[in-house]
Design a protein around this ligand. Structure first.
Ligand code: GLU
Length: 569
């Protein structure tokens, strides 16, 4: 039997090429070694291994938390693992501080990963888990080992096309109305001989490693997407870059290597990667690895007039995770809101399970909106209002203090001077029959409590005392109110006293009676109460006036009534 040239030369030549490109080749791992280093996880069959793998390029987008939440829930509800991987291969886009932003946003929303970089109680970040490193730039040796193997197997090759050449190719393809990219005859380094490679390499020409794509556009590849169902696209025929000139991989290579060796079962990621699935499946196939299941989440949407668009990092403050913290929406509210966006049956589930942790909600990929969930600030506020209304007063107070220490230190100081008074103020109308849900977020606290702390409004001549009541009568009302007020009054006794004052000053104690015969009275009990309300609270709208008075306490009542009398003179 005679051997052809290709038979004998290829393994030898490709090994030579691989050795040329990786002079440190003897220090690289073999694929078998990597398999042993990162063994298949010992988890129950149905357990999902999921990940969130953000790039540290700036702020944390709420869409990132949305994706993390879905991944986190699915892993934990199946007894699996949810891990964090930092994808910093695009070094040019890495922003200082973004790494901490990612780690801390996840912690803040209770999405602390089971593996990956985690902040410890001493404030330092350390890696947890045995499938790391979990930061891509620290995994160079792993990627290079895989590329070394691909080159040896003639699946990848070094490409020396310069920026200028690539640009010329692009121009030429546009002129000829051809698809852009390196494929077919455009892949000019594809068949370089060992000598050509060595020459280029020795001349120090910038080099990348490209996939030698065996794909054909006429063939289609099908797969099942966890959210979108059965999908099919043409095979990939592009010789995409796998390893950049700085030895750092592209997303495509890093994705398959990491998700294989970190033993991810389900890649649930943003839909911008959907068009790359044929390439990713091709790469898994060429490596001889089983691909993970894929699910692609569409970007969160926002309604603008009658159109919908993607929630925008630049235009919409609510795209930034920090917004929710700064506005003071409780974390649980943000979660319930996001789960509500993810699965529309969450709302019914929440009604049936009002006190169950959100993490018990059985999230389903299939129920995620294919076109992108529509954000809804009204919904967020109403969820938040319910959650705040449910908090015990101590819990509410603690939460507000925590928030205020970060975003409104003056408020924190004010509330901490007399915690009991602060709690009484905050608790107004939160209990009993007249329960009302007044707070939508912690940033509303300042305005809500202001009249209880600050009575300078009485110095303001434009107080809305009812015009139908004369100044003299208003002063009399306040005097009588002070004389009669008893701190131990029940609500009923309190209102009886106001009626008695009305009667004495010739105001009708009943609005109904007044309406029957208005000329018989100076006004009615509502006018009398309005005078008291304005003196105590500064406005003609306030929470229940009995609760307001009880909270203010005798000293404040006295002072405010006296100041009111002065303001009226
Ligand atoms: N680093 C990628 C990004 O931020 C993550 C994509 C993925 O989840 O695989 O878009």
């Amino acid at each position: 039997m005679s051997l052809t040239f290709k038979d004998i030369s290829l393994p030898y030549m490709t090994t030579e090429i691989a050795h040329t490109i990786f002079p440190n080749w003897s220090k690289l791992y073999s694929l078998d070694e990597l398999e042993r280093l990162f063994p298949v996880r010992d988890l129950p069959k149905k357990a999902l291994v999921t990940r969130i793998s953000p790039s540290p390029t700036g702020m944390m987008h709420i869409g990132g938390i949305f994706t993390a939440l879905i991944n986190h829930q699915l892993a934990h509800q199946t007894g699996g693992i949810f891990y964090l991987r930092i994808e910093d291969t695009d070094q040019k886009r890495v922003v200082e501080g973004a790494y901490d932003t990612i780690i801390d946003s996840l912690i803040r929303y209770g999405l602390t990963p089971d593996e990956g970089p985690v902040r410890q109680s001493d404030g330092k970040v350390t890696e947890v888990g045995v499938y790391g490193p979990y930061v891509q730039t620290e995994r160079k040796k792993i990627y290079q080992s895989c590329v070394f193997d691909l080159i040896k197997r003639e699946i990848a090759y070094p490409c020396f096309l310069s920026e200028e050449e690539l640009n010329d190719i692009r121009i030429e393809q546009t002129r000829l109305k051809l698809r852009p990219g390196i494929y077919g005859t455009w892949a000019r380094s594809r068949n370089f001989s060992l000598n050509q490679i060595k020459e280029n390499f020795d001349a120090g020409k910038p080099m990348v490693v490209r996939l030698r794509s065996p794909g054909n556009l006429d063939n289609r590849i099908s797969w099942n997407d966890g959210i979108r169902g059965e999908l099919s696209m043409p095979e990939n025929d592009l010789d995409v870059v796998l390893l950049k000139s700085d030895g750092i991989p592209t997303y495509h290579l890093a994705h398959i290597v990491d998700d294989h060796f970190m033993r991810t079962t389900d890649v649930i990621r943003a839909d911008e990667w959907l068009p790359s699935v044929p390439l990713h499946l091709q790469l898994f196939n060429l490596m001889g690895w089983e691909p993970p299941r894929y699910a692609h989440i569409s970007a969160l949407q926002k309604e603008e007039g009658s159109t919908r668009r993607k929630l925008s990092k630049r235009k919409d403050p609510e795209a930034n995770v920090d917004y929710y913290d700064r506005e003071g929406f409780p974390q649980q509210a943000v979660f319930d809101y996001l789960l509500n966006l993810a699965n529309s049956n969450f709302e019914d589930w929440r009604k049936d399970h009002p006190d169950v942790a959100y993490s018990e909600f059985p999230i389903e990929l299939k129920k995620i909106n294919k076109a992108g969930a529509l954000t809804d600030s009204v919904k967020l506020k109403s969820i938040s209002k319910e959650i705040i209304a449910k908090m015990g007063i101590d819990e509410l107070y603690e939460n507000i203090i925590l928030w205020a220490k970060k975003y409104d230190t003056k408020l924190a100081v004010q509330l901490e001077i007399d915690p009991n008074y602060a709690k009484q103020v905050l608790n107004i109308e939160r209990e009993g029959e007249r329960k009302s849900k007044r707070l939508e977020s912690f940033s509303e606290v300042r305005a809500l409590i202001e009249p209880f702390y600050n009575d300078s409004f009485l110095k303001d001549g434009s107080l809305p005392f009812p015009k139908s009541v004369s100044r003299e009568d208003s002063q009399m009302i306040l005097r009588q109110f002070m004389e009669n007020y008893d701190t131990s009054d029940t609500a009923e006794q309190f209102f009886e006293r106001i009626k008695a004052i009305s009667e004495e000053l010739e105001f009708s104690p009943s609005v109904k009676d007044y309406k029957k015969n208005p000329s018989a009275y100076k006004g009615h009990v509502g006018d009398v109460a309005a005078v008291i309300r304005v003196a105590l609270f500064g406005t003609n709208k306030s929470p229940d006036i009995y609760e307001v008075a009880k909270t203010l306490g005798w000293d404040r009542i006295q002072k405010r009534c006296m100041d009111g009398i002065t303001a009226l003179s």
